[in-house]
Each structure stands twice: as C-alpha cells, then as structure tokens.
Design a protein around this ligand. Structure first.
Ligand code: PEP
Ligand code: MN
Length: 339
C-alpha cells in the first residue's frame, strides 16, 4: 500500500502517517520526491483501517501496490533512481550512460593496471574484474581472491575508475564491499537469498545480474530482497538467458530494457559480453542496448584475449573499445543521452 501525501506536507505530518502505519505492524519506507512524499507500507495490510490513514492530515490518497515487488516498482517511486558511483561519483541512472569495462578476472597486477589505463582512456567510468570467480568447473581458475582486491584498489588509485567486482558468497561480501564501489552479485547467485539479504546491509551499491533462467518478476523480486534489507542502491544487469539457441553463449533479450524502464526506477546495465559470448557481436549489441534505453554497459575487455584465463572468446580488446565508443556516443545522442 502507498500513502501519497499532498504537496507541502510537513515532516511532522509524514511522521504521523509513519506512526500510524507502524501501529498496524507494517514496515514503512518514506520516499521524498521533488513535489510530493510517499510512504510505502510493506506487510500484511488486512488489519489496516485504510480510512483512518486517509483521514490523517495532508494525506492525498491511499493506493494498493499491485506489483509483487514493492520498493523496486515505479508504482512506489516513479522518478528514476540515480546512484553515484566511485571516486568521481558518476551518476548511474541519470542522462549520462556509463561504461564499466575490464577483464573477466583479475589475472595479475600488470594486466589489470594496463587494462584500467586503456579503458579509462576510452572513456569508461569503471573497471570490472573478478577477484573471486564463480566457475562452472572446479578445475578452472578461481581468481586471485584477496590479492585481486588489492590490485583493483591500485587500479582505482592510478586511474580514478570505480571498481565493480563480484561477491560470490556471504563470506566474501565483507572484504569485497570494503574495496568495491559496486558489489556485483552474479547470475548464478541471483536467487541466493541469504547473500541478497546480506547485500542489503553491505553499504555499497549492488549490481544484480539476471539469473540465466530467471523471469523478469523473479529478478525484480531478487532486487527487492536487497532493497528490503536496507540498500536502495541496486543496479540491474541483463547478461543473457539460456534458451535453445546455440550460436551464442546466451540469448540477450534487449526488449527487457524498455520493459524494465516501465516497471522499475532502478538503473539498468546490459552486459553483451556474457550476453553473446562472442567478441565480434559485442559492438552491435552495445549500440542496440543504448538505443533500447540502457543506462550503461558492462563489458569484458582483455589486452590479450587469446591468453585470457577466463572468457577470452567474448572479450574485446582496448582498441575495439576505443573504436566502438565513437559510434556509441552517436547512438546515445540520438536517444537524448550523453556519454
Ligand atoms: C562475470 O561478470 O564475469 C560473470 C561471472 O558474469 P555472470 O554472473 O553474468 O555469469
Ligand atoms: Mn566473465
């Protein structure tokens, strides 16, 4: 249920509504908009006397929230969420489109620092790279772990780029959140509910990747776990889903972008690297993602893709990134965005 306050409602009048809502045993989230304040009430509303709340001073109306996800929904918050990221406070979810680029995994200091310099020169706002890697095979490279986090910190110090890196479990969340500017929750973990709840208290923005078999509502409900846990700074990342099709690693459903923009206020990233699995398909899908309304791109970039320890086939080179940026900027400007 949402309580919409009249424009000009005072803090005390909003607090009065919050007190009433709490009396009914509901959880409240107050959202201060530019012209009005709404109080989202989450919980069992069967015992609520809607009339009593409607009668409170400066209440305009009380409405049900129809979407199963509440806090993530545009019903509760019609204005887009803007999340400042990294040392330069890049505003994710604003008019500006942000590129986060880097290797699949942090492999060594030299590789990561060189890549960070290159993606920064190309105009990226963040460096990505897994210190902890969730691998399909237990025999594959699992990441440099703590050492990888130290290398990412050095790359941020050298370039001013924001760090996006994955927490693969509740145990890793603390050390990752200490270093990361954006904590990535990977596709395999999208329904790892204890991790989502813990991410609600991690104190850093969370990038939630879509599970390869998750429906849109399930993905938004996973985001709801993080928000309900106390962290409203959630960025959604489409990275492709599993279908019968085999010419790509995953199928990248870009129609999800305009659909999400209607359903949620959260910023939306697209990851065409995992979404296609093939470097040659990445530039076109980046252009398409921006045309569809994405707020940013998550890209795998490697200085020597042939020798990458993971995901080489889908990694573009810094040269390709640099070349591609020119056409991406043109698409961005055609759809009223900046880059
Ligand atoms: C990654 O970003 O390197 C990664 C493991 O992605 P996903 O969780 O989408 O497979
Ligand atoms: Mn990868």
């Amino acid at each position: 249920m949402i309580v919409v306050m009249k424009p000009g409602a005072s803090k005390a009048q909003v607090q009065h509504v919050v007190d009433l809502v709490r009396e009914y045993g509901l959880k409240d989230h107050v959202i201060y908009g530019t012209d009005r304040t709404v109080v989202a009430c989450i919980g069992d509303k069967r015992m609520v006397d809607k009339g009593a709340i409607e009668n409170a001073p400066m209440v305009e109306r009380v409405m049900p929230i129809l979407a199963p996800y509440k806090m993530a929904s545009t019903e509760v918050k019609p204005t887009r969420t803007v999340i400042p990221i990294g040392p330069k406070k890049f505003a994710f979810g604003s008019q500006a489109i942000g590129v986060i680029a880097g290797p699949c995994a942090v492999e060594n200091r030299d590789q990561l620092l060189r890549t960070a310099e290159a993606v920064s020169a190309a105009g990226a706002i963040g460096i990505r790279g897994g210190a902890y890697k969730p691998r399909t095979s237990p025999y594959s490279f699992q990441g440099l772990r703590e050492e990888g986090l130290r290398i990412l910190e050095d790359a941020r110090d050298a370039t001013g780029l924001a760090i996006a890196t994955e927490a693969i479990g509740v145990e890793e969340l603390g050390p990752v959140a200490e270093v990361a500017d954006v904590v990535q929750i990977g596709a395999r973990n999208m329904q790892h509910y204890p991790l989502l709840e813990a991410a609600g208290g991690c104190g850093k923005p969370v990038m939630l990747k879509r599970g390869p078999s998750a429906k849109l509502d399930e993905w938004l409900l996973a985001a709801e776990y993080v928000i309900n846990g106390g962290n409203a700074d959630v960025i959604l990342c489409e990275r492709g889903i599993r279908t019968f099709e085999e010419y790509t690693r995953n199928t990248l459903p870009l129609s999800v972008v305009p659909e999400l923009r209607e359903r949620t206020h959260l910023p939306i990233l697209v990851d065409p690297s995992h979404g296609t699995g093939h470097a040659h398909l990445v530039p076109a899908m980046c252009r398409a993602a921006i045309a569809a309304g994405a707020d940013g791109l998550l890209l795998e970039v490697h200085t020597d893709p042939e020798h990458a320890l993971s995901d080489g086939a889908q990694s573009i080179t810094p040269v390709t990134l640099m070349e591609m940026m020119t056409s991406l900027k043109r698409i961005a400007s055609a759809v009223g965005r900046t880059m």
